[in-house]
Design a binder for this molecule. Sequence first.
Ligand code: GDP
Length: 283
Amino acid sequence: MHFQWYPGHMTKAKRMMQENIKLIDLVIELVDARIPMSSRNPDIDELGKQKARLILLNKSDLAEDRQNELWAEYFKGKGYSVVKVNSKKGGGIKSIQGVIQEACREKIERDRKRGILNRPVRAMVVGIPNVGKSTFINALAGKACAKTGNKPGVTKGKQWIRLNKNVELLDTPGILWPKFEDQSVGLKLAMIGSIKDEILNTEELAGEIIRFMTEHYQGTLSEKYDMEETSDVYACLSRIAESKHCLLRGSELDTAKAAMMVVDDFRNGRLGKITLEFPEDYE
Ligand code: GDP
């Protein structure tokens, strides 16, 4: 799924977020574990200030385990609650309820002092397109839970999903744009397949993936494609085409086909668990 944002979209999305955020106690922000910084919205901290904050490192199954740990530490150090999840397979989902209570402890305590008991925490899921918001909501809410609010003839308002007696979730996630004015962010989003990339063609994108892989995950491409890595990315691509018999009519190498294969293998985790940005670069 590809998205294109325009200034009008951004104004509307931000306005909706500002309205919805008034109704909630906790912002559940999904980021892509492969690019935890580049998959954040530039305004989310401003929008979510004074709310309890939970960051989910989603698609953690596609990112390197050790880097997931380091990123979790990084965000915890900045005061966020953090959970690594795989929304697609349900990994990490069970611990969410407990973490939500923990993240909202101050609010629950405040309520208690005012004599308000058992008021559920209200939460909203936010994130950039494709980060896994719907998949996460489905994994967390399952099928069993009833929707509340918007009962015909009773109240007109937001739809809330009651997860249990302690937590209610706004049923529509907040969609926000990434920091795409930053070129390196755009490139990483294109690498993982989250945005339509109009600047790079497939071969250039494969070139960037090869450049990154040979620098940070040396030996992976050699092993996967049975070829020798070199620092010349296009020579690498030719070698991959050769090794994998990507040929045009005659015997010319079909580097476009090889590029497609590399991009696809990378995005689907067939080159292994790969993290594209590292917390040490953001200290
Ligand atoms: P949304 O636009 O934020 O609502 O994203 P979706 O929920 O539609 O998910 C986008 C894509 O990512 C879908 O193909 C999902 O199957 C996939 N996806 C979501 N969560 C995960 C995850 O934790 N791991 C993996 N491997 N894929 C995921």
